[in-house]
Design a binder for this molecule. Sequence first.
Ligand code: 4NP
Length: 158
Amino acid sequence: MIGVMFVCLGNICRSPMAEGAFRQHVEAAGLGHAFRIMSSGTAGYHVGEAPDPRSQAAAAAHGVDISMLRGRQRVRADLESYDYVIAMDRSNWSDIQKLARRGHSAKISMLLEELPDAGTTEVPDPYYGGDSGFERVWSLVDRSSAALLARLRRRHQI
Ligand code: 4NP
């Protein structure tokens, strides 16, 4: 199975939305058996918590239930057991690099590398803003995760 891990700071806003969006695209393609999909935070403030209600609402508005997800902080271990570790912003990316042990096998990237025309290279942190920030995050993670799936299908010939 191809392991895909989405990473943000708290694992209650952006990365659970990315996880839900990517899973929806994977399942729509009938490829659920081929992927192991998860998300994690670099910080531990929200370990064990459900996604932020605004994230849940934005996902639900697009037909995706993320209410069962729970905050995790396991990036260092995840780098050993997932193939793709995907950061939402540059700060997450550099935190992941600091956690990486030598010889880890994961490919570390930023999600919006998949969407060169997005007009931004980072998924903005919506935590301290209003509801519109969450809709914008959904739009970004939905389009970029579809592009990610297309790239991985080509790369792994599935
Ligand atoms: P996330 O958003 O990294 O997208 O999950 C945040 C969630 C919580 C906090 C910051 C960002 N916080 O400071 O508690």
